[in-house]
Write a protein that binds this ligand. Structure first.
Ligand code: UFG
Length: 327
């Protein structure tokens, strides 16, 4: 019988988690998925992957899974992820993203699981003073979402000093796109993310869209973000897993494409690729948005050996459109 241990993926039925599970299977790994299906879909988890419906912050539930299966690493995606929601309902974000993560990490320590890969966020930087952002730059989040994640990074740093755990805290920039083979994508009808919304507008699933703020200190006045393809992101987690397995010390690492596009530029690309000139309304700023967030991804390239393959915005938009059409 094989001695290969499992990789436990929280939020494995969600947008990014479902791409992770596909990448793990393709790499010959043995994923297990925990998801409460609050945002994810059962159908996003391949039939051969053991699936556990429940809350990653429930120590009894998680502990039982870890008792039953030998787990080598936890890849922790499950979280609340909408920046303006976190401004309106901070306590819910601290409960789910911070308090529940503490419980999960405690389970990891109790079961002597050696590795942890954490979905952190570019939101930990707040309004970065220098662009592109490097990891050593000061963290100063400007919204509860970013703070709820930064506290987990701090916990991991402390826990890794006290216990035999190595971790990778991966700070995502703006994740977008869909599986190039069309097996997974962003399914939630209530998604708030720019490319998803623009693609829905292009396909007539919504009556146009709004741009939140055109008075930012950027060339065209709209916010600039760094869009990273979800399949590239999943690959970076595999790279991080193998880095930790190889004895690499815990690290914190940006995951972005290192290229910035304004909101208006993204909308132009979606219009061009889809061939649809949908309605765009210019609105005031949305709470909690920094003007510019662009990653340096040098550390991920050097330390993890990560090479993004689908970075180009047109490719990201093409894959997002193809997925949205099929929904
Ligand atoms: N935007 C619009 N109209 C929309 C949706 C978004 O103009 O309908 C704008 C936003 O105001 C923002 C940009 O598009 O300027 C990107 O917004 P998203 O909601 O797509 O993404 P965010 O940059 O707010 O958030 C993303 C991730 C977070 C992460 C954050 C880092 O979703 O998890 O980047 O700041 F923390």
């Amino acid at each position: 019988m094989s001695q290969q241990r499992h990789i436990l993926v929280t939020g494995g039925a969600g947008y990014i988690g479902s791409h992770m599970t596909l990448a793990l299977l393709a790499a010959g790994e043995r994923p297990l998925v925990i998801d409460d299906l609050s945002a994810g879909l059962r159908s996003a988890v391949p039939a051969e992957v053991p699936f556990f419906l429940g809350d990653f912050g429930n120590a009894d539930f998680v502990g039982e899974i870890m008792d039953r299966y030998p787990v080598e690493a936890v890849i922790h995606f499950a979280a609340s992820v909408v920046v303006p929601d976190s401004v309106a309902n901070p306590l819910a974000y601290y409960a789910n993203n911070t308090v529940n993560a503490r419980t999960l990490i405690e389970c990891v320590v109790r079961h002597a699981i050696p590795h942890f890969v954490f979905s952190s966020t570019a939101a930990v930087y707040g309004e970065p003073e220098v662009t592109p952002v490097v990891e050593d730059q000061a963290t100063d989040p400007i919204n509860p979402y970013g703070r709820s994640k930064l506290m987990v990074e701090w916990m991991l740093a402390d826990v890794a000093k006290a216990h035999p755990l190595s971790y990778a805290a991966l700070r995502y920039f703006n994740v977008a796109g869909a599986d190039p083979q069309g097996r997974a994508g962003q399914s939630s009808p209530n998604a708030t993310h720019l490319i998803k919304i623009a693609v829905q507008a292009a396909l007539g699933k919504r009556a146009g869209m709004e741009v939140y703020g055109t008075d930012y200190p950027t060339a065209d006045g709209s916010c600039i973000r760094d869009y990273v393809h979800v399949s590239d992101l999943a690959q970076a987690h595999l790279d991080a897993l193998n880095y930790l397995r190889g004895g690499g010390p815990s690290l914190t690492c940006n995951l972005g494409d290192a290229t910035g596009y304004s909101v208006l530029e993204v909308i132009d690309v979606v219009k061009r690729v889809s061939g649809v000139d949908f309605d765009v309304r210019l609105k005031p700023r949305r709470a909690g948005d920094p003007a510019t967030l662009v990653a340096s991804n040098q550390r991920a390239r050097t330390m993890l050996g990560w090479t993004p393959r689908y970075g180009d915005l047109e490719t990201i938009v093409r894959h997002a459109l193809a997925w949205e059409r099929g929904l």
